[in-house]
Design a protein around this ligand. Structure first.
Ligand code: IPM
Ligand code: MN
Length: 361
């Protein structure tokens, strides 16, 4: 990676993806100017829109652009228009393809409750105030990618395979232990070891690895219990590490604890500094094009990009603090609004955060 030039590829995708990505693009332009970051932005197609225009949810041209980029910012993919397509043409295949092509195996999904949004949470205030947990989801293995898989029309059967190699578990385990070290030194590994061989294998490997991290307190939970514990006593968790599908499910639960899935960013990293940054939310076709979507997850994904790919913790913090101060002014998009709040749209929320950043410097 050229240390000065920063190539960012924006893949806006479907549904609300283009609206929230436009806000992120304006943010990147502003950061570029303010901090002389030398960011170059390119754009590409992914998901349903890519299928419409090229017949492929992940066209080669997009992959080529992604290869040239240091960081990729994704909006969202999917929608009812493409629900009946065969699985290799579905918009989701584009996203899964890019994760796997660049080995973005470590998906970091922080669930942090903004002080300003305590009452928007689905849980009582004392259960969630100061909530700050991190889900480390394995993203390029497990049941999402395991072979064999398929549908056998003749025998009216279908199957998938949850499988992990030792190497895959060790590398995601290391990311999680390291993350816990930078936080409160607590790691909970989530599996289904009472039923699945792949999970008891996962548990053994994580337990062995913990010998290298004696300062991190490791615990194990079964995934059904972990789902319950997340809504019962979420503050017991610091870092959670888990398999791809379990992480998909648990991260939606963690998201709603923070008030709205529209708030949560994510980073998907490989062994280099390259990363794919995307909101945890989906394409929300019901509100697409109506200026209703919450752009904060996309904005906070740019903060994660600054932190992990470009190693600009200072810029990441400025973005995060600006979001917090806009929220404290009582301005809200509809998904996080309560009765006394001033409801504003996607563009306006973007403008608020941008002017806040502008005024801080
Ligand atoms: C997510 C999404 C994706 C996933 C879909 C869109 C393929 O739900 O990022 O959580 O299942 O990983
Ligand atoms: Mn999901």
């Amino acid at each position: 990676m050229n240390p000065s030039k920063k190539q960012v590829l924006i893949l806006a995708g479907d549904g609300i993806g283009p609206e929230v990505s436009l806000v992120a693009k304006e943010l990147l332009d502003l950061l570029d100017k303010k901090f002389s970051l030398d960011i170059r932005i390119s754009e590409g197609l992914i998901g349903g829109i890519a299928y419409e225009e090229t017949g492929d949810p992940l066209p080669k041209e997009t992959l080529d652009k992604a290869k040239e980029s240091d960081a990729i910012l994704l909006g969202a993919v999917g929608g009812p228009l493409w629900d009946s397509l065969p699985s290799d043409k579905r918009p989701e295949k584009g996203l899964l393809g890019i994760r796997s092509e660049f080995n973005f195996f470590a998906n970091l999904r922080p669930a942090i409750l903004s002080k300003e949004l305590v009452s928007a949470s689905s849980l009582k205030e004392n259960k969630v105030n100061d909530l700050d947990l991190l889900i480390v989801r394995e993203l390029t293995g497990g049941i999402y990618f395991g072979e064999p898989r398929g549908k056998i029309q003749s025998s009216e059967e279908a199957f998938n395979t949850m499988r992990y190699s030792k190497e895959e578990v060790v590398r995601i385990g290391r990311v999680a232990f390291e993350a816990a070290r930078k936080r409160n030194n607590k790691l909970c590994s989530v599996d289904k070891a009472n039923v699945l061989e792949v999970s008891s294998f996962w548990r053994e490997i994580i337990s062995d690895l913990s010998e290298e991290y004696p300062d991190v307190k490791l615990s194990h939970q079964l995934v059904d219990n972990a789902a319950m514990q997340l809504v019962r006593e979420p503050k017991q968790f610091d870092v959670i590490v888990t398999e791809n599908l379990f992480g998909d499910i648990l991260s939606d639960i963690a998201a709603i604890l923070t008030g709205s899935i529209g708030m949560l960013p994510s980073a998907s990293l490989n062994d280099t500094k390259k990363g794919l940054y995307e909101p945890v939310h989906g394409s929300a076709p019901d509100i697409a094009g109506k200026n209703l979507a919450n752009p904060l997850a996309s904005i906070l994904s740019v903060a994660m990009m600054m932190r992990y790919t470009f190693e600009r913790e200072d810029v990441a913090l400025i973005i995060e603090n600006s979001v917090e101060s806009v929220l404290s002014s009582g301005k809200r998009t509809k998904d996080i609004a309560e009765k006394d709040d001033l409801i504003i749209g996607t563009k306006e929320m973007g403008q608020e955060v941008l002017s806040q950043i502008d005024s801080m410097l």
